[in-house]
Design a protein around this ligand. Structure first.
Ligand code: VTB
Length: 330
C-alpha cells in the first residue's frame, strides 16, 4: 500500500479517455474551416467524458479564453464529484487552425494536479518559454542571452550546435529569434501551431526536436509543465503580454512581469497527470483514423510521480460510440 492514496490509482489512464473523446468528436470536423465548430465538439465531448472520472475537478485554465471559442469555464466543476480534488488546465484543441484547415498537428490535451498545486496564471495569455528534456534541464536560463541557452543545451546534449533542432512557432514576433538561432548554426523546426506538441517532441528522444523557444500561450505552458514535471526536464516561463489590455489585466492580477517561473513553481506536486490525443495527427501522435467499424486514436498519457509515459493506441467500436452519442453530429 503506497503512502499517498492519490498514487494508488493511475488516474492518467482515466484522463486519456477525456482527450480521446475530444479527439474522436473534433476529428469529424477536420478541414471544415470553422474553428468554433471544431472547438465546440471537443469541449462538449470532454465535458461528458469527465463525468466518468472519479475526481472532484475544477477548471483552472482554459486556452480558449485567448481565442474566444467555446470552452469549459474557469471554476467549472468536472468529474463525478467523488475522489480527490484536482485543478485542471486544458486545451480541448491545441492547433485549432490546423484542424479547421485540415492540416496536421492538432491535438487535444489536458493536465491535472492536486488542488492548489498548479500555477494559476490568471489573465495571462502569452508568455516567453523555453523547454528542454532531462539532460539539458540545468542548462537553460530565461534571463540569459539566447546564445548561452543554445550553446548550453548543445553542450548538455553532447551535440554540435549545427545539429541542434529548435522548435519555434511560425509567428511574425519570432522573425528575429529565428534569424538569431540560424546565425548560431542551429536548425529551426518551424510549426504553424502547437506549443504542447512542441513540448511532447522535445521530451521524446525519438524526435529530432531538442528544445522549444518562443512566445506562446500561457495555459499551454502550464499544461505542458505537467508533462515536463514527470519527465525530469525543465520548462521556464515569464509572462509576456502582447497587448496593453493583457498587460493591465496581468498587473491587476498582481503578477511581476519580470518573474521567471520554473517547473517546480508551475507544478508543485509530483501527483500530476497529462494526457493528449492526436486529432489531425502530427509528428508523434497520429490522427484519428476511421475504419468501417472502428475508430483508432493515438494518445500519450503521463504520470508525474513515476515519470511513466504511455503511448496508447485505442480501437473504439463505432456502433457503441454512436449509441453513447460521441460520434453523432446532432
Ligand atoms: C500557441 C500554440 C497554440 O496559440 O500557444 C499559440 O500552442 C500562441 O498564440 O496552438 P497565437 O496563435 O496568438 O500566436 C496556438 O497556436 C493556438 O491556440
Amino acid at each position: 500500500m503506497l503512502e499517498d492514496p492519490v498514487a494508488d490509482k493511475n488516474i492518467a489512464l482515466d484522463l486519456v479517455r477525456v482527450t480521446e473523446a475530444a479527439a474522436l468528436s473534433a476529428s469529424r470536423y477536420i478541414g471544415c474551416g470553422d474553428c468554433a465548430l471544431v472547438d465546440k465538439s471537443a469541449v462538449d465531448a470532454m465535458r461528458v467524458a469527465f463525468q466518468n472520472m472519479h475526481i472532484k475537478g475544477s477548471i483552472l485554465l482554459e486556452k480558449s479564453e485567448r481565442v474566444a471559442l467555446p470552452m469549459l469555464y474557469k471554476g467549472e466543476k468536472v468529474g463525478f464529484g467523488d475522489g480527490y480534488d484536482f485543478d485542471i488546465a486544458l486545451s480541448p484543441v491545441d492547433g485549432i487552425n490546423n484542424v479547421a484547415n485540415g492540416e496536421p498537428n492538432g491535438i487535444s490535451a489536458v493536465a491535472m494536479a492536486p488542488k492548489g498545486k498548479m500555477f494559476d496564471s490568471g489573465h495571462s495569455l502569452y508568455c516567453e518559454k523555453i523547454v528542454v528534456g532531462p539532460k539539458a534541464a540545468s542548462s537553460i536560463d530565461l534571463n540569459a542571452p539566447l546564445e548561452d541557452n543554445i550553446y548550453g543545451v548543445a553542450h548538455a546534449l553532447d551535440k554540435d550546435v549545427t545539429h541542434l533542432n529548435v522548435f519555434v512557432l511560425n509567428r511574425e514576433r519570432h522573425v528575429s529569434l529565428i534569424k538569431r538561432i540560424h546565425a548560431l548554426g542551429a536548425r529551426v523546426i518551424l510549426r504553424s501551431d502547437g506549443d504542447i506538441t512542441g513540448t511532447i517532441l522535445t521530451l521524446d528522444p525519438r524526435s529530432e526536436v531538442d528544445m522549444l523557444i518562443g512566445i506562446g500561450g500561457t495555459p499551454e505552458s502550464v499544461i505542458s509543465a505537467c508533462l515536463v514535471k514527470g519527465c525530469g526536464g525543465e520548462l521556464m516561463m515569464r509572462m509576456c503580454p502582447q497587448s496593453d489590455e493583457e498587460k493591465e489585466a496581468v498587473v491587476r492580477d498582481g503578477f511581476n512581469l519580470k518573474e521567471i517561473l520554473g517547473i517546480n513553481d508551475i507544478i508543485k506536486s509530483d501527483e500530476c497527470f497529462f494526457a493528449a490525443t492526436g486529432i489531425s495527427g502530427g509528428d508523434i501522435l497520429k490522427p484519428v483514423h476511421f475504419y468501417k467499424d472502428y475508430a483508432l486514436t493515438s494518445s500519450l498519457s503521463s504520470r508525474g510521480r513515476t515519470g511513466t509515459r504511455r503511448y496508447i493506441e485505442t480501437w473504439h467500436d463505432n456502433s457503441k460510440l454512436s449509441k453513447m452519442q460521441i460520434l453523432s453530429k446532432d
